[in-house]
Design a protein around this ligand. Structure first.
Ligand code: PHE
Length: 350
């Protein structure tokens, strides 16, 4: 009988236990349900019970256990829902949270501006692959086999097949277009190019170029000059001057580097560099690309009659132009994805 009293007593205790908060609930669990609690202790008494009474005893203890477990569960849920109720209620009539809109990357802005300017001059856009073969990147462009000119551009080759490389310039698109069409042609292409160069404020192993060319009967250097002069003024402002410096490229003859004036309105010289003069080196001129009259060998390589047709070509760096236009001093900013930098270009038309 003693054991029955114990069971009854425990039941009263369970029912009367004050559970008004989480701490009390935990005390309840410890007292009755935990391994060292009273209900498991009661289970241990089984061995002292006469075999014929064990079944009834077991059932009573189980009832007690269910009572305590259910009470614990009920209170646990009740306290959990109190927490959610004290949090801000969901107002279903509120408008949906709006995703923040991004803005165009400065290189995309400049790319779009370039496209608009050249399309107005009657150029159309062409594309070519970034993974190129030797012919389109070098040989077709009149780079002789094993010629040091190939080293002007530090190239990423595919180890297993040196015939394949990441294009080092967009001039490869010239070859692709010339192979597939006959003049007259006036086209440009913009895209990523790769060179094995250490990353610094002024160089990167991945950058962007735009390439343009014009082939027809009687195209001359004067046409090249006028086209680029017009482009520079449209892109950088009507006061912009251009300058050509003699240079060498295997695929153009004669060849010239294209410079634009850094900032003609600033009597102190170049505003971009400020006092540091790290971009124009104090000269007031900045190189934006290379150009020249397409070498007759290149035309012949692509099945275009070099006796009948002449053409000019030019290639320019997008990063360089963007840095000049928006006074950006470090090339690495373009690839860091820093919102403080990118947000400054919100609302600029591209
Ligand atoms: N492809 C040359 C370079 O990347 C630039 C260039 C293009 C020069 C077209 C002349 C004509 O350096």
């Amino acid at each position: 009988m003693e054991i029955l009293d114990k069971i009854n007593n425990l039941q009263t205790q369970i029912e009367a236990f004050l559970i008004e908060n989480k701490e009390q609930l935990e005390q309840f669990r410890l007292k009755f349900l935990s391994q060292k609690g009273e209900i498991p202790a009661l289970m241990d008494e089984m061995k002292n019970i006469a075999p014929e009474n064990r079944k009834a005893f077991g059932m009573s203890v189980n009832q007690l256990k269910n009572l305590a477990t259910n009470l614990h569960k009920e209170k646990l849920e009740a306290f959990a829902s109190v927490v959610t109720k004290t949090q801000a209620p969901t107002d279903l009539t509120l408008p949906n949270a709006v995703d923040e809109l991004g803005s165009m990357h400065p290189l995309t802005i400049v790319r779009n501006q370039i496209i608009a300017i050249f399309e107005r001059m009657g150029f159309n856009q062409s594309e070519g692959p970034e993974i190129e073969d030797d012919f389109h990147n070098f040989t077709g462009l009149n780079f002789p086999e094993n010629h040091p000119a190939r080293e002007m551009q530090d190239t990423f080759f595919l180890e297993k097949n040196p015939d394949i490389a990441l294009r080092t310039h967009t001039s490869s698109v010239q070859i692709r277009v010339m192979e597939s069409k006959q003049p007259p042609m006036r086209t440009f292409s913009i895209g990523r190019v790769y060179r094995n160069e250490a990353i610094s404020a002024r160089a990167h192993c991945i950058f962007h170029q735009m390439e343009g060319f014009f082939i027809d009967e009687n195209v001359s250097f004067a046409d090249l000059k006028q086209t680029l002069y017009h482009f520079a003024k449209e892109m950088f402002g009507q006061d912009t001057q251009i300058r050509f410096r003699p240079s060498y490229f295997p695929f153009t003859e004669p060849s010239a580097e294209i410079d634009i004036s850094c900032d003609m309105n600033n009597p102190k010289g170049c505003q971009l560099c400020g006092g540091s003069k790290n971009i124009c080196k104090g000269t007031g001129w900045v190189e934006i690309g290379g150009s020249g009259m397409i070498d007759p060998n290149v035309l012949d390589n692509c099945g275009i009659d070099s006796k009948k047709y002449t053409g000019f070509a030019f290639g320019m760096g997008l990063e360089r132009m963007t840095m000049l236009k928006y006074r950006i001093k470090d090339l690495r900013l373009f690839t860091e994805n820093d919102l403080r930098f990118l947000k400054q270009f919100e609302g600029i038309e591209g």
